[in-house]
Ligand binder design. Structure first.
Ligand code: ATP
Length: 424
């Protein structure tokens, strides 16, 4: 009998990580049942406010003897009871179990949890309808992710190898040899990616929190991911590691929408015209985008760093395709930009002073007049319109790796442009 297990919301900023709990469980359960595949790390809607970090849930499937199923369920429940961080008010664990094939209704629920906002009641209703068993702890919001991770149709996927720290090192700075990460990256990029930031000369595989993760190595081939891990030199012991199959970097969250349809917490790709000049507040860059159905504020926030320079080059009337998540920023619905593609750019006209008609010298503005710097000739100020090149190309611009959502597909990967180009 196939038994699917989903777990979510066991961690808090103070510690723990659902993938750690999942990896321990996977090892334990693999002793008594046959895993159908690797465990799955499923990222859900990146825009919802309850997430601790990347809104990740964990699922795994076993082929198990029917008489062992109660023992397996007890093990899962006892692991969550033992390891979840119940002290944190925003940690509301949930567990789901489903036996047999995955019903279509659960698949649809998963995609909704990926792209929109869903309620605990909706999750409970779906669980009842598909015959899934669930356990709620505290508010039990985790059943949303637990169910969604079971039902997720992982048609496109990547891998992440997660290596964990010994408990005595949790909360201390991670000791990983920086040079070895750069060398490993040079060897495997782009089959593994987001290992380092070449501009900032920083390592990206180590998180910064108190959680048990030592490094996470992402890639499109499991062999390359494992070999990259072997090339990294660790200066603290690795407790153990687990390879996960994941929907990270698939762009699965993005759906084409009209601007008028956008709702809070949606992830979408829209096509529209820049409605006016950009403006800045506290290092964030904003502009408005409109189509025939409506208008939305678009933001490139400070952490997107150099990406903002490209956004600043957009002009009123430019037609672009924009991908991102809808959030509320200071009470206004705002599309947080992940990628954009200029489809049609308006001409950029600059008004320049003519040369002196008498001697060819440079003219200087003097109120309503122009005066030649060389011969002193004066004439009314009549500027000449000149079309200047636009500095944006017809290509997709994306935020830098450390500002990228887990689900967003880097352009360096095959298919990284697909979701945007669908709207061209
Ligand atoms: P980590 O990445 O370290 O595992 P996290 O960012 O995954 O942490 P969680 O602790 O899992 O954060 O919290 C996310 C919560 O939001 C979970 O309870 C999950 O069930 C719920 N959730 C997931 N997707 C949705 C959605 N689309 N709508 C509403 N709630 C959701």
């Amino acid at each position: 009998m196939l038994l699917h297990i989903g777990i979510d919301d066991t961690d808090s900023p103070a510690g723990m990580c659902t993938t750690y709990l999942g990896a321990l469980l996977y090892r334990e359960l693999s002793r008594i049942a046959e895993p159908a595949d690797l465990p799955r790390l499923i990222r859900l809607n990146p825009n919802i406010p309850y997430k601790t970090r990347g809104n990740g849930a964990v699922a795994m499937t076993f082929e198990a003897d029917e008489d062992l199923i109660p023992a397996i369920k007890d093990t899962v429940i006892s692991y969550v009871n033992r390891l979840a961080d119940f002290t944190h008010e925003n940690t509301n664990p949930g567990i789901a179990f489903l036996e047999g094939e995955i019903p279509e209704e659960l698949r649809e629920f998963s995609l909704k949890a990926l792209r929109e906002h869903v309620t605990i009641q909706e999750a409970e209703r779906v669980a009842r309808e598909v015959g899934a068993e669930y356990f709620r702890f505290k508010l039990g919001r985790g059943i949303i992710g637990a169910l969604a991770s079971i039902g997720y149709p992982l048609k496109r996927f990547t891998y992440e190898l997660l290596a964990y720290r010994k408990p005595e090192n949790w909360g201390t700075p991670r000791r990983v040899n920086v040079e070895s990460v750069f060398l490993a990256d040079r060897w495997s990029y782009p089959f593994t990616y987001d290992n380092v930031d070449y501009y900032k000369r920083t390592v990206l595989i180590t998180p910064h929190g108190k959680d048990p993760v030592l490094v996470g190595i992402r890639g499109i081939g499991r062999g390359k991911v494992l070999q990259t891990f072997e090339r990294v030199k660790f200066e603290e012991p690795v407790a153990f590691y687990q390879l996960y199959k994941t929907n990270q970097n698939t762009d699965d969250h993005l759906v084409p929408k009209k601007i008028g349809e956008l709702k809070l917490y949606d992830s979408a790709v829209v096509r529209g015209k820049v409605a006016g000049p950009y403006w800045e507040r506290g290092r964030h860059v904003f502009f408005e985008l409109e189509d025939e159905t409506g208008r939305i504020r678009v933001a490139a926030f400070e952490p997107t760093k150099k990406f903002r320079n490209w956004v600043r080059k957009l002009l009123q009337g430019d037609e672009i395709i924009a991908a991102g998540g809808v959030k509320e920023h200071k009470g206004v619905l705002t599309l947080n930009l992940e990628k954009f593609y200029p489809v049609k750019l308006v001409s950029k006209i600059e008004y320049r002073k003519p040369k002196c008609p008498r001697c060819g010298g440079t003219m200087k503005s003097k109120g309503d007049y122009l005066k030649c710097k060389r011969c002193g000739h004066r004439m009314p100020k009549k500027l000449i319109p000149v079309e200047v090149p636009r500095e944006l190309e017809r290509k997709i611009y994306e935020v830098p790796p450390d500002a990228r959502k887990h689900l967003s597909r880097p352009l360096v990967l095959p298919g990284g442009e697909e979701r945007i180009l669908e709207l061209v």
